[in-house]
Design a binder for this molecule. Sequence first.
Ligand code: SF4
Length: 456
Amino acid sequence: MGANKTPKSGLKSARIPGRPHCLPRAYGLAEELTRSCGDYVPFCSQSIGSGIIRVHSRDSRAALPEKTVISARNAYVRGVRPASINLYDLTRAQLGELLVGWELKPVHVPLLWNYLYLGLADSLDAMPKLPPKLRARLKVHTHFGVLPTAFETDSNDGFTRKYLLALADGEKIETVLMRFTGRVTACISSQVGCAMGCVFCATGQMGYTRHLTAGEIVAQAVHVARALKFQSHHFPPPPSNPQPPAASPPRRFHLISENDTRLRNIVLMGMGEPLHNYDAVMHAIEIMRDETGLALGAERITLSTVGVVPGILRLAKEKRPLHLAVSLHAATQAERAALVPAAKKWPLDELMAACRTYSETTGRRIFYEWTLIEGKNDSIEHARAVGRLLHGLPAQVNLIPLNPTAGYTGAPTRTDAAKNFQHILSEEFKIPSTVRQRRGIDIAAGCGQLAVADRR
Ligand code: SF4
């Protein structure tokens, strides 16, 4: 370890000789440094690449407002105490590196991984077979980034459950568990709030607070998987009539069959714009895809973007294995910019060029989402405009009748008008489309309805 220095800012820092390439080495360096820098108590760390970790301060935000980046390349560390590693932040390979850094055998990784993602253990007490040395290290240096439930609520039809989850810094996010026959899907968040400001979206109306870490994204999937695994016996049997009248008393969330006790799909359509938080989202997807863990493979993860062009092009370049959904909502730049302010930054022609590149590069079809707002974008002319826009592209259109939010006065398109819209797409343009089932609207768990009113 090199000599410690005190920079002008008053924060302690130290020069690290050598080139610590691997994550545990970086954590180890942070730990050693902290013995001489006792001012700050970080609450979580996020790996963002080889030899780089980020440390966020919990109780010293005023003193350390910036994320501190510990980089092997610039070889400086600003004064922090050793970060407790959120186990949900680590891929299986990184867990192995961590153990090697502790001079323990990576042979224990499969056991630990199984406990985390198959057993869905949420504490060391639930991992009885761990070797004592590993247990001791984990106890001191890591934590389970489990997200406690602040509130949960079930929809009247019993098919949707919404969780309000508490983050370590006091912020809250929403996660939704949706039940369709043979399909159990978690809709998870990527940010606290959202900076994109779509006018009809409750998350956009609350503004942006911060990105979620990869561990916080993974923890939502784990939360839902745990509910399915451990609480399913509390769920009553399915209703004989799956569409009870609105006046019937609220049902509790239910499962339709034994096969539905496992999380099958993830949609990144909760709070936030996933491509605005690209690195953390992709890191989380890598963890959730691991076939020896949650095993949510390429066909099981859908990422929805409002149209962040650089993110779409990066997805294309990196050929990320996932489904891409692009929120379109309008087929002209002026109409789209009125609904989606982000369109001013990434105009429609640039967006469509990026989508074309994505489809050509990956060979994948894109799902285009169209929120149907009565009198705004639901006419026959609008249907023809989107048909012309998507002509020749591998596309499917998801039509989503507007869900109500406090900050927007528009009304959802009527069922017959939605069917007419769909008819034009299929008959005149041969573009497949679906009209999204309206589930969970009574608990504000539908598309565009997620928001946290009480954030403290
Ligand atoms: S629709 Fe998506 S991108 Fe737009 S404000 Fe809501 S969360 Fe953000």
